[in-house]
Ligand binder design. Structure first.
Ligand code: PHE
Length: 343
């Protein structure tokens, strides 16, 4: 039986929406737990709970490696498959979420995640102050996705340097899998750097973006197994499974999607295949670094941007440490998390 290592998990049926609202607080050892609010479709609420447990633990690691004085948590709302929310239902749901967060007395604060936006954060902000990334006009730090993309770009430079000796991404063969808020911005940045880009999304309408960027479009089914230098997972988690490992044709994997490994053992399998995996929580920390530096720790936007660029150094050090110790980058990152949290 796996060990339950979360501080607190609450599941409320939202009185207005009738939907299960799950808040998982993994750790507050370093400070207030933070993590976005995910509103997504699941087979049932058990699946949503599993997701919440995993991604909240991921947030603890993300904050620890980024040097933030915060712990990890996450909110997950399980929408039944196929359910669409109209404006009134959405508002009711967000108020339900806000009331659960408010009941936790500041142990946890939320932000945007898959399926939510800064405007949604403002609605949550009607009923609790423990919310990041409201629109700037409303006093928040706004959309975190450009900052997550900037941080991933920094991580990609370090990966490129580790593979080929220089960090320039021009000519680097990359496949960006997922063109949502972060993926699209990252693809734009990479195209501007002159990378040789392939892109993919489950939404065929995103093909227009591929054409705009001069990127090759790949079918989602084949996106992970392209012959590229670096694979960039930028959609939902769990995509790196034991089954897919033998079919991968990339030299490295560095992307912002949270919880990319289907199971922790996959890190070792990737290592055995000689594929470098940069932990998602290191590459994807830009958004949370920006929001927390500006809104919680009193820093300026320039300070936040400088901290985000530091991700290049963090990844460089991580890869060098892992290589010299003969361990996986995942193991090296975990050791640095444990060192900070001292568990
Ligand atoms: N979705 C963000 C992440 O996974 C969560 C977040 C962003 C939380 C900004 C707080 C502030 O890192």
């Amino acid at each position: 039986m796996s060990k339950f290592d979360h501080e607190r998990v609450v599941i409320h049926t939202g009185p207005r929406s009738g939907l299960p609202v799950i808040v998982a607080i993994h750790s507050t050892v370093l400070g207030q737990a933070v993590g976005g609010c995910r509103v997504w479709h699941y087979g049932d609420w058990h699946e949503a709970l599993t997701d919440a447990l995993r991604v909240s633990a991921g947030m603890t690691a993300k904050c620890a490696v980024a040097g933030l004085a915060n712990g990890g948590g996450k909110t997950v709302v399980a929408l039944p498959n196929g359910m669409r929310l109209d404006a009134a239902q959405r508002r009711n749901l967000l108020h339900d979420v806000a009331d659960v967060i408010e009941s936790l007395d500041g142990a946890y604060a939320t932000g945007p995640d898959v399926g939510t936006t800064p405007v949604d954060m403002a609605v949550i902000g009607d009923r609790t102050r423990h919310v990041f990334c409201r629109p700037q006009e409303q006093g928040g730090s706004g959309d975190s996705s450009p900052h997550t993309a900037a941080g991933t770009l920094a991580a990609l430079r370090a990966t490129r340097r580790h593979l080929h000796g220089a960090s320039k991404l021009q000519g680097c063969r990359l496949a960006v899998v997922g063109l949502g808020g972060v993926g699209e911005k990252l693809a734009r940045m990479l195209a501007a750097e002159g990378a040789q880009l392939q892109v993919s999304d489950i939404d065929q309408a995103k093909r227009v973006l591929a054409d705009q960027l001069g990127a090759a479009w790949i079918d989602p089914d084949e996106a992970l197994t392209q012959d590229v230098d670096i694979l960039v997972p930028a959609a939902l988690g769990g995509i790196l499974t034991q089954q897919i490992i033998p079919r991968l044709r990339c030299a490295a994997i560095t992307g912002p999607a949270n919880n990319q490994l289907a199971t922790p053992e996959v890190a070792e399998l990737l290592h055995q295949r000689g594929i470098l995996w940069v932990p998602d929580y290191v590459a994807g920390a830009g958004g949370v670094i920006h929001a927390l530096t500006v809104e919680l720790h009193g820093g300026t936007r320039d300070e936040a941007a400088a901290r985000i660029l530091q991700i290049e150094n963090t990844v460089h050090t991580l890869l060098a440490t892992a290589a010299s110790a003969g361990i996986t980058p995942a193991q090296a990152a975990l050791e640095s998390v444990q060192h900070r949290i001292k568990t």
